[in-house]
Design a protein around this ligand. Structure first.
Ligand code: 5GP
Length: 118
C-alpha cells in the first residue's frame, strides 16, 4: 500500500535534512531521532526512510524485514539510552493518537509524563 499523502511527511523532511533533529542512530533504511516534545526522559522516534507505509499494520504486511530492522534499531537505541529497558509504541490510527502517518515507533524509557498515554 502506498501513502496517498501529497506532501512529504515531517519525518521525510527530517530524513532529507530539511528540518533539524537530533539523530541518534541510522542505517540504510531506518533512522532514529529525539522526539521534539518528549513524554519521558528517553523519547526517540524510529522510522523507515521510506514514506510508503502509513502505520505498523501496513509495514508488517508489506515489508516484514524492514519492520524487523526498525525493531533492531530501536533495541540498539534503547541499549545505549536506557540500559535495554524500554517501551516500544506504535500509535495506529488517529483515534489511537497517531498524528504523523509515516510509520514510526516511539522508544520510551524512564518515568512517563502524566497523561502521556492518554
Ligand atoms: P504520533 O502521535 O504520530 O505517534 O507521534 C508523532 C510524534 O512526532 C510526536 O511525539 C511528536 O512530538 C513528534 N514530532 C512531530 N513533529 C516533529 C518534528 O518536527 N521533530 C521531531 N523530532 N519530532 C516531531
Amino acid at each position: 500500500p502506498v501513502s496517498t499523502n501529497s506532501e512529504p511527511s515531517v519525518f521525510s523532511r527530517i530524513i532529507a535534512r530539511e528540518i533539524p533533529a537530533t539523530i541518534v542512530a541510522e542505517t540504510d533504511r531506518v533512522i532514529a531521532f529525539k522526539d521534539v516534545a518528549p513524554k519521558a526522559p528517553v523519547h526517540v522516534i524510529v522510522t523507515p526512510k521510506t514514506e510508503q507505509y502509513r502505520d505498523v499494520v501496513e509495514l508488517a504486511a508489506g515489508d516484514p524485514a524492514l519492520l524487523a530492522e526498525l525493531v533492531a534499531v530501536a533495541t540498539d537505541v534503547a541499549a545505549v539510552e536506557a540500559g535495554g529497558q524500554f517501551r516500544l509504541i506504535f500509535n495506529t490510527g488517529a483515534n489511537a493518537g497517531q498524528t504523523v502517518f509515516h510509520v514510526h515507533a516511539h522508544v520510551l524509557a524512564g518515568r512517563l509524563e502524566e497523561g502521556s498515554l492518554g
